[in-house]
Design a protein around this ligand. Sequence first.
Ligand code: SF4
Ligand code: SF4
Length: 248
Amino acid sequence: MENNAIRFACNGCGICCKGRLIPLTLNETRQWLQRGHEVVVILEAFDESTWPSEPQQYAHSAQRAVEVTSGDARIRVVAVLAGNALQQCPNLGDDDRCGIYEERPLVCRIYPMEINPFIALRPENKICPPQVWEQGEVLFSDRIVDPVLADQVERSRQADRDDAQAKIVVCEAMGLSVAAWKGNALAVYLPDRTSLLEAIHHYDVGMRTPTSHDWKIRIDDPKLYRQLQAAGVALDDRPHVDYIFHRL
Ligand code: SF4
Ligand code: SF4
C-alpha cells in the first residue's frame, strides 16, 4: 500500500478558494444564496449515441442527468449549480481562512479528492503547493484511507444523483433551457440571486408548474451539429443569448 500511497497535509493556503467555481448540492445552493452570494448555473447535454465507448462513465453521467425532450429527440441534461468564486470565494477571510468552516460545502471538505469518480488523484493536477504532498497522513492508496473523507466523497456523489431532477425543474422554471453539448462547451448562466432562490423555494413547497420545455442545444462543432440535427435535436442558433458559451 505504501508504494502507491499519496500523503497530504493541507497548509491552509486558501489557493483552492480562489479563481474557481464551487459545485454545490441543492441544499448548499440555498445556503449560499441566503448568505447573499452568487450562484452560477452550468448546463450540459449528452446522449448515448455520441458518447465515446466508455459505458461506466456514461452510466455515471446518466445518473446525475435528467432525460428531456429536445425537438424530436430525447437527450440527457445535467445542471451544475456552483458558487461564484471566480475572483475569490466570498466566504474567504482576509487571513485566507474559511469564514463558514463548520458549514462549508462538501466539495470543499473533500478537496483534493473529486466528486467525479473517474478523475484520478494526481498531485501534479492539483493547485495545492508541492510541499503539502510530502507530509501528513496517507490520503489515498488504492482507495481513500480516511473513512470520514470516504463518506463525504460518497455523500457528494449521492447528492449529485439525488438533486439531478430538482435542479432541472428549477432551471426550467427560470427559463434556462439551452444547454451546451458535453465535451464541446459549457452553457453558463448567471441568474439573478433572488429569482433563483425563489425558484428553489417554489420547488421546495411543491409549486412545480408542469412545463413542456423543449430543450435546445448550442454547439459550434460542424460535424456534431449535423449529427444532432439529423437526430432531430433542437439547436439554438440565436445571435444573442442569455448565457455564456464557454468552449472547451
Ligand atoms: S466555502 Fe470556505 S473552503 Fe469553500 S471555497 Fe469558500 S472559503 Fe474556501
Ligand atoms: S490549495 Fe490545497 S493546501 Fe491550499 S488550502 Fe486548498 S487544499 Fe489546502
